[in-house]
Design a protein. Structure first.
Length: 227
């Protein structure tokens, strides 16, 4: 739907219902999710694509990544959630892949978990998690492209937190390294992996055998790769 609205710039609800052969309830639910992520703006009877002049400041860029390969990401999340145990202190990074894991955890049957994250979308949906769970949202500089918190303050905060299991994604993984194209995100993830008891890389097959600019860690540092 986001790709369709991006191409059309503006669409009515009736048009979306006809194009996607979907009910009014389904279309309105999907519109609500897109609007929550600031990917679109609601207008009377329809929506407008949120096309900011500078795409680096446009949260819809994050949303486009979120819907890409979403079925695969959901399958990965089903595998990853099986590695979480009662009482874990779980770090979730700001990737769209790990966001799907956050949704899977929300629907899982745990009495208590602590979630540590620098992801703004994960923080935003935490109100929908069980009330007896705990959230530690890292503070620091907001990065609009990543829709996350990065920087020295976040790294300092991580040095004081115990993490039993860290779940991260990446731009690429090859025979030697796990990499990203975002320097400040790499700094955050290196700090997380250094302190976590168990480390899991969650990537779909499009990330395999490719390299990003910045090294996060050696591939062998991960306890498992979920793909």
């Amino acid at each position: 739907m986001l790709a369709y609205v991006k191409a059309k710039k503006t669409c009515t609800v009736a048009e979306l219902m006809e194009h996607f052969h979907a009910s009014s309830a389904t279309v309105h639910r999907d519109i609500a999710e897109l609007a929550m992520r600031d990917a679109v703006e609601r207008v009377r009877g329809g929506i407008i694509f949120n096309d900011a002049p500078d795409s680096r400041q446009n949260p819809s860029g994050y949303m486009e990544r979120a819907v890409a390969n979403r079925c695969a990401k959901r399958e990965l999340a089903k595998k990853a959630v099986k590695l979480v145990q009662e009482g874990d202190i779980v770090f979730l990074d700001s990737s769209t892949t790990i966001y799907e894991l956050a949704l899977a955890l929300r629907d899982a049957d745990f009495a208590h978990l602590t979630v540590v994250t620098n992801s703004i979308p994960v923080m935003n949906i935490f109100r929908k998690f069980p009330t007896h769970w705990s959230l530690i949202g890292l503070g620091g500089n907001y990065d609009a492209q990543l829709n996350s918190i990065v920087g020295g303050d976040a790294i300092d905060q991580l040095s004081k937190i115990n993490i039993t299991k860290a779940f991260i994604s990446a731009f690429g993984v090859d025979d030697k390294n796990v990499t990203t194209n975002h320097e400040r995100q790499a700094d955050i993830l290196r700090r997380v992996l250094a302190s976590a008891e168990r480390r899991y890389l969650v990537v779909d097959k499009s990330k395999l055998n490719r390299k990003g600019v910045y090294r996060i860690c050696a591939r062998g540092m991960m306890d498992a790769i979920i793909s």
